[in-house]
Write a protein that binds this ligand. Sequence first.
Ligand SMILES: O=C(CO)[C@H](O)[C@H](O)COP(=O)(O)O
Length: 220
Amino acid sequence: MEKLIIAPSILAANFAELGSEIDMLNASAAEWIHVDVMDGMFVPNISFGFPVLEAVKKRASKVLDVHLMIEKPERYLEAFAKSGAQVLTVHYEACPHLHRTVQQIKDLGCLAGVAINPSTPVHVLEDIIHDIDLVLIMSVNPGFGGQKFISNAIKKTKEVAELAKSKGLGKLKIEIDGGVSLTNASELINVGANVLVAGNFVFSSPNPQETIAHLLELGN
Ligand SMILES: O=C(CO)[C@H](O)[C@H](O)COP(=O)(O)O
């Protein structure tokens, strides 16, 4: 199994103290920092864009894992890569020409991810999975942090892991995003998840660094 990566989502951080929140993550066991970009169109919420990503990049010593919850993401891929994204994930539901979009991400030197919403079945990935580095399974409807985990994501994680195995894609990253906590993390890891995004569970805990370490220990 690929080694487990914890990717705290800064959507749940204290934006008034973003610099010290990033310092805290730099000193933690998190390998990636998950950055949620929302446009108010693909999802019913607006988060932040390039200036915030650039500021995070200047401060962060971790990999920036940028999740684009935006329509027509191909318009902005280059700008996100220039602003510091190292992993760029687009939504299957937002990309009519997904293969081209994935190639654009790879040409920019980033890892390419494809996300699927809770109502999107795994089989839609069959003809793109060879071309990507990461599948992101949404375990909440995208747009907001702090929502309840949708348990169907466990079945979908298993399906992605089986699909990857059947195609010999041993290095595929399988990332779960939404409502992840110590309650569901072990089960997710057991069925094949190897990147766990956690927003509120980390940032609302009394000791975020300890919480990150506890999540990571589940992968050992
Ligand atoms: O993509 C997202 C929302 O669209 C967030 O990354 C996700 O919800 C993580 O936050 P939490 O762990 O608080 O659910």
